[in-house]
Design a protein around this ligand. Sequence first.
Ligand SMILES: [Zn+2]
Length: 256
Amino acid sequence: MPEGDTIHRAASRVGAALVGREIVSIETPQPRHRLDRWPERLAGRAVRAVDARGKHLFLRFDGDLTLHSHLRMGGQWSVYRRGERWRKSPRRAWLVIRTPEHDVVQFDGPVLELVTDSRTRFDQALAGLGPDLLADDFSEERFLRRLREDDQTRAFGDALLDQRNVAGIGNIWRAEACFLARVDPHRPTAEVSDEQALTAVRAIQPRMRESVAGGWPEPWVYKRAGRPCRRCGEAIRSGGLGDDNRTVYWCPGCQS
Ligand SMILES: [Zn+2]
């Protein structure tokens, strides 16, 4: 699943290709959107801004129209130079925006909506989102409040994945966050102190920013099951966790 840092990186690439550029065409090839008439409604409008909130991406057009996208599993935004061969099948494209220089394509992204009415609808959709760890105005206080309002018997590693507590953390970063805070991801949230919870998010924030900038920090535990912990030498373990049983990685030696 695309994580928050992936979406922020996509937003800056898509923004560079679209903001202030002439839009030659907008296509919505999937049958589900055939009757939406977006190309007609967006014709002649410039893209003002492209931004991300958690795992949501927004293309803001002139005239208070916004395209809201959420990629779910496997979705992707790609930017190609005009004439460059796409690396995925055109059949998987949901949205194609062409400028004189670029094709901007959203692949495999089933959540796509055009929002009117001065943002009313997506404000509602976003109302449930916790503070975005990658936003400049990330509020630690709001994160802690959301975390404590959640079920305190829930495993901390599961609570970190819930976008209502903190937006932008996916499976990679929740494992790394727990490791860096020395907290076993199975530990009930009630037994994780505020200080430990903050240590977890503070530790991954700069790594996620590095990833937005195109770097890829070497993981401590993610996908390292069976290999020695680089902090204590114990073998890293893995197993399913939480409501959706997604695989989590941890070190039994230095996370308790
Ligand atoms: Zn260890």
